[in-house]
Design a protein around this ligand. Structure first.
Ligand SMILES: Cc1ncc(COP(=O)(O)O)c(C=O)c1O
Length: 349
């Protein structure tokens, strides 16, 4: 193949994280409670669904249910195949080829991927040493759209609310706040979507709703922005089964609260356990923890994997040298992780 056959803007895009899966997964920040029971229940009902028929093009049933949950009209919502699709729709809708998106660094690696596959350019602005936004530099950096995630992945902290408000109040460009882990932080910009012309919030069913395998996400914004995104979204992109599962999952908030509570309790225990083992632990408001290894990061992650536990390695990234990230699991998972980490550290002495 001739290299020039590839679109020039996508030539440097690597394959995404695709590990050989073995053992207990604490590398993807999913829900330690396991699959949402709503999935099973809804799928049983789906057995009688006429799958010969298309879903509604824009998943009206789910948008209606989301509207009821957030006390907003359904026209504020755009639903997609994971919040990843919704992020993609955002750039398809608002970014011209060659235009720039301003992103904090370090953050979710797929953010720049979505910009690039839509022909855009990325200007990263380094977070401060405490992983907070460098607000002056963010606002002084040219770009058509600002995209950030709150809580931030992989640093696990939330940004100061006032700083995000300052970015929004510039008013002359769209600000996307990716709240994939919003339920864990208990903070959200969703109630304010009608106060801003330029705010888009994205959310997912993959984390607190424990439905990563179903691929369901959504954007919330004022009606104007949502209306544009709706026209651009591929019609029918969310299948009927996923839509029914999501509607059922929204009805079971007790499951979501239970998962958030578990993470709140286990976060403290895991942070302490990691610190006691000699790791530097960064403050978390999400369902994962970033920590710095006193031994080589890749050796740590590899040895853990050989012992049947997967965590995610960020140690090769600038500003995250020797850092790794683990999901906050159940008590048993966290105890197993601490015990395997102790073994690895011991073996490396
Ligand atoms: C910050 C952030 N945004 C979006 C996503 C993607 O979520 P979804 O599974 O809804 O595509 C993830 C997944 O890990 C994430 O960490």
């Amino acid at each position: 193949m001739k290299p020039e056959w590839q679109r020039s803007t996508v030539r440097d895009i690597p394959l995404y994280y695709n590990p050989k899966v073995s053992g207990i997964r604490m590398d993807t920040s999913t829900n330690p409670l396991g699959a949402n029971p709503a999935a099973r229940e809804a799928m049983m009902e789906c057995l009688d669904l006429d799958l010969n028929q298309y879903p509604t093009p824009y998943s009206d049933g789910l948008r209606q249910a989301l509207g009821e949950r957030y006390d907003l009209d359904m026209d504020h919502f755009v639903v997609g195949n994971g919040s990843d699709e919704v992020l993609d729709i955002t750039f398809k809708s608002f970014l011209e080829p060659g235009e720039t998106v301003v992103l904090p660094y370090p953050s979710y690696s797929l953010h720049s991927y979505f910009v690039k596959i839509n022909g855009g350019k990325v200007t990263p602005v380094d977070l401060r040493e405490n992983f907070q936004l460098d607000i002056d530099r963010m606002n002084a950096t040219d770009g058509k759209i600002v995209l950030l995630c709150n809580p931030n992945n992989p640093t696990s902290n939330t940004f100061n609310r006032k700083d995000i408000e300052i970015i929004l109040e510039r008013k002359d460009r769209i600000v996307v706040v990716d709240e994939a882990y919003g339920e864990y932080a208990g903070k959200s910009f969703i109630p304010y979507v009608d106060n801003y012309d330029n705010l888009i919030v994205t959310r997912t069913f993959s984390k607190a709703y424990a439905l990563a395998g179903m691929r369901i996400g959504y954007a919330v914004s004022n009606r104007d922005l949502a209306g544009v995104m709706q026209r651009i979204k591929i019609p029918y992109s969310l299948n009927r089964v996923s839509e029914m599962v999501a509607i059922k999952a929204l009805q079971n908030q007790e499951f979501v609260h239970r998962g958030v509570e578990l993470v709140n309790v286990e976060r403290k225990r895991l942070e302490k356990g990691l610190a006691d083992l000699g790791f530097k632990v960064f403050p978390s408001e999400a369902n994962f923890i970033l920590f710095k290894s006193p031994i080589d990061h890749s050796r740590l992650v590899r040895s853990l994997s050989e012992k049947g536990m997967m965590i995610r390695d960020f140690g090769n990234n600038r500003s995250l040298e020797e850092c790794v990230r683990t999901t906050i699991g159940t008590r048993e998972m966290n105890d197993a992780l601490l015990s395997k980490l102790r073994e690895v550290l011991h073996e490396c002495q």
